[in-house]
Design a protein around this ligand. Sequence first.
Ligand SMILES: Nc1ncnc2c1ncn2[C@@H]1O[C@H](COP(=O)(O)OP(=O)(O)OP(=O)(O)O)[C@@H](O)[C@H]1O
Length: 344
Amino acid sequence: MFLSCLGMCCPKPTTNTNSSTRQFPTVIEELCHQFSLADLKKATNNFDLNRVIGSGIFSEVYKGYLQHNGASAYTVAIKRFNDQGCEAFNKEIELLCQLRHPRCVSLLGFCSYEKEKILVYEYMFNGSLDKHLQDAELSWKKRLEICIGVASGLHYLHTGAKRSIFHCVLGPSKILLDDHMEPKLAGFCVSVQGSRFKSKQKQINVEHAIGSWIYLATEYIMDVTITDKWDVFSFGLVLLVVVCRRTYYLLTLTEKELLENPVEEKIDPIIKGKIAPDCWQVFVDVMANCLKYEPDERPTMGEVEVQLQLALSMQEQADITNSNCDYTLLSKTTIPMEVKQNVM
Ligand SMILES: Nc1ncnc2c1ncn2[C@@H]1O[C@H](COP(=O)(O)OP(=O)(O)OP(=O)(O)O)[C@@H](O)[C@H]1O
């Protein structure tokens, strides 16, 4: 693996005494700024718990203020990994060093000092998508725009980097919103890289993904293999959550039954009358296709992005001709979840 080859792995008991000096060779330092622990302590008021803005299985995220060359302080997000997070730290730095895309959160640098493993990111002022969905403040058009942005980010991950990248644990908590409410993908600590072009089966350490299982494709939990279609399925669930504003677990029979009722009955009441029928038809078709049981039947993220843009333009067109922007959806769409018996 990229960083392993460069010697960037967790210290092992057998590591020789010179290893610390060789731990971060020049290539990584050129790709990614190395912060001192003192700077990051200062930025977070010595990792003050009042500065914690989020936490995951392997880390806590702090709001920090960094100063550079005497200029006024700028806000950053500082992720401090716990003792179990060393592999996640390596994974995330390895991937984010290679990524440059407006829909992927930017890594500003890192710190690795003895047991301390810390990453520093651009600060996303509006936090995660799940928080905004809980607060019920997003319009239908904004939700669509966010979905298009996320689709664009995933499309880039799958096809735009030198090797395909599968996010693997996509969900509303991994979608962060900047000061303009534009989305960016985050949380790459269990992401994996595929081959140069058509990405194929890869192993994933399922235990690492456990916190985010609710957005995973059911067949993968049995097979423990992934392709780009893993992310497509998770994205389909994100679309469902965005439109219904509730979490769907596909691992229980109850939720399967829930999905057998028309989606239209479960649309978030705040946006229900605001969705133009033409736009809805495109949107719900995309969602149903992403959630197909057979991975090969799901669309690529590029196709999804194009279809969602079409849905948005249909909404805008309808809003021009319908000055009230009030609509009634007459369709009744069920999403056929062909969950195999042995998966339940
Ligand atoms: N760059 C950032 N800017 C602002 N807030 C952030 C940033 N990165 C993370 N956060 C906040 O911290 C939370 C946790 O981030 P993290 O990347 O650890 O994701 P997670 O899904 O909660 O973790 P895990 O998958 O390990 O359970 C996010 O949901 C978000 O609220």
